[in-house]
Ligand binder design. Sequence first.
Ligand code: NAI
Length: 289
Amino acid sequence: MQSSRKVGVIGAGLMGAGIAQVAAASGAEVVLVDTTDASLGRARSAMRDSLARIYKREDDPERLVEQALGNIRTSTELEAVADVEIVVEAVFEQLDVKKAVFNELDRVCRADVVLATNTSAIPVTFIASATNRPEQVVGTHFFSPVPVTKLCELVRGQLTSDATLARARAFAEDVGKTCIVVNVDSAGFVTSLIGAALCNDAVRIVETGIASVEDVDTACRLGFGHPMGPFQLMDLTGLDVQHDASLRIYEETGDPRFLPPRTLVRKVVVGDIGRKSGRGWYTYEEEQG
Ligand code: NAI
């Protein structure tokens, strides 16, 4: 299937900038929208740095960087995506914020648009309910850093049509991703569910004195071939993010495995939330300074 060549991305943070970058590098015309020019300026410089790293071994890296950046138009107005074939939303992970964006997209976008959300844990059906065309709403869950990480989780909402899913797949594959399909949009999908289960079990293993933080990480790296252990992963993504995702899954499933463990809750309460605060399961002297 021919993928969408006119792409809108809403939210120019870590994920939105990454998605806009890979789309532009694949040759699509991209419109990147955020609420402020400052966010859009930061995104453009992050994309420039990332593209420069990616193309550094090519013959004329500067030309390739400029070519990709030249495919990206930025705007603070949502109306700027009126004509695109697919929109990927990557605003804050809050249902009310996402619903307001989708309500507005429903108003401004063309009739045959695909409306995709990059949510990591909110059921797509809830977001789609803010539109009058839920069959055109789908989850495209990309991973950070977007230019490097190969997976895209495609998430079906309750009413997502097969055609919408196929067009979302074509887009993701065109930007170089391999897709898996999540057939039921239960909170956490596949990856956040497995991630929460693994991290919570790792914390409980330490709480019960079975092994240390360092040894659980070593076990997962060397025993299972994971690139980093669950404690290193939590420190990287943020203990607060991990906590909230797990709690959301618990609230939807009622499964006690997903109730955030006591030690995790306490670390979040005192602000030891990982690399971004200088301390989580490990201490990061450089980030503190
Ligand atoms: P971020 O906080 O870096 O960026 C969010 C951006 O959205 C900000 O620039 C903000 O100004 C903008 N924004 C907020 N409301 C807006 C609106 N109404 N219209 C236009 N722009 C608006 O967030 P990040 O990390 O990029 O996450 C975005 C989404 O991707 C979230 O749903 C998150 O759960 C999901 N996600 C995040 C991953 C990560 O590793 N950070 C991984 C996979 C998914």
